[in-house]
Design a protein around this ligand. Sequence first.
Ligand code: APR
Length: 283
Amino acid sequence: MIAYDKLFLMPTSGCKSTKYSAAIPTRARCRLEAYSAIMSIAHEIKHARRVVALTGAGISAESGLGTFRGKDGLWSKYDPAVVASIESFTRDPRKFWEFAREIGWIFLTAKPNAAHIALAELETMKRLDYVITQNVDGLHQRAGSKRVIEIHGNAGRVICTRCLAECATEKIVDRIAREDVPSCDRCGGSLKPDVILFGEPLPKRAFDLALKKVKSADLLIAVGTSLEVYPAASLPEIAKKSGARIISIDSERTGWDDLCDYKVSGPAGEILPRIVQAIRITF
Ligand code: APR
């Protein structure tokens, strides 16, 4: 069930209040607003020419993966400058691998949730062009999305920092458990998960493609991201400047809500399947 009292359509300016909605009791009004949020967004998606989704850690929260910011976020327990920067990795890769071992296993075992599946369905229905994700968990692909742009890499791969050989993380789990810093079979160099650490450049091809898709989109749906990290944080603004409408689905208020044409507050795993259902049965 949708938590109706947590699900509000929030046009960021010019919120319309009608006599009808003012006259009905609060709980019923919440239901109406929730219903109207779903229908409005379904309508936007159905009538857009090119839709892209931009996802962050919040879309994987219902798969059991932690987010980064907020009260219980990963960065409230660990200092990202110490455990997730390229500078600290280069200085002391052991510290990084200690952290990676502590949080990493869940990445290999987590399953896609209803929000990932809903985005994959939208792609199948030809309503979604691309998913651009900051996540490194591979859950969009495991849910069936084919067109996924990973701008922060993928924890399912490791890469040798010396000879750049790549291999699947699941193939070396024993070595990761055994060795302080797992090393490359070929050259003995230190291995590193193929994820972008703070201070590293984003993969150029992936980010260029993301930029191209965002510039040609007429609707961008951001799901579960605080957008506190650049350059990903610039994407909705670039889309907006190129004429796209912006929708945000997030369980909390975020610092960039003012940019949005629609904001829906609530769990992505409940909201996105409702939107897909509304597109199927209406219009
Ligand atoms: N449904 C929708 N949104 C949710 C849910 C949920 N079930 N749970 C949490 N959220 C929202 C939070 O309210 C928050 O706005 O997801 C967002 C997660 O924000 P962050 O933790 O900052 O994650 P993200 O935006 O992906 O971080 C960007 O920061 O440290 C880096 O490289 C890391 O890619 C990551 C980048």
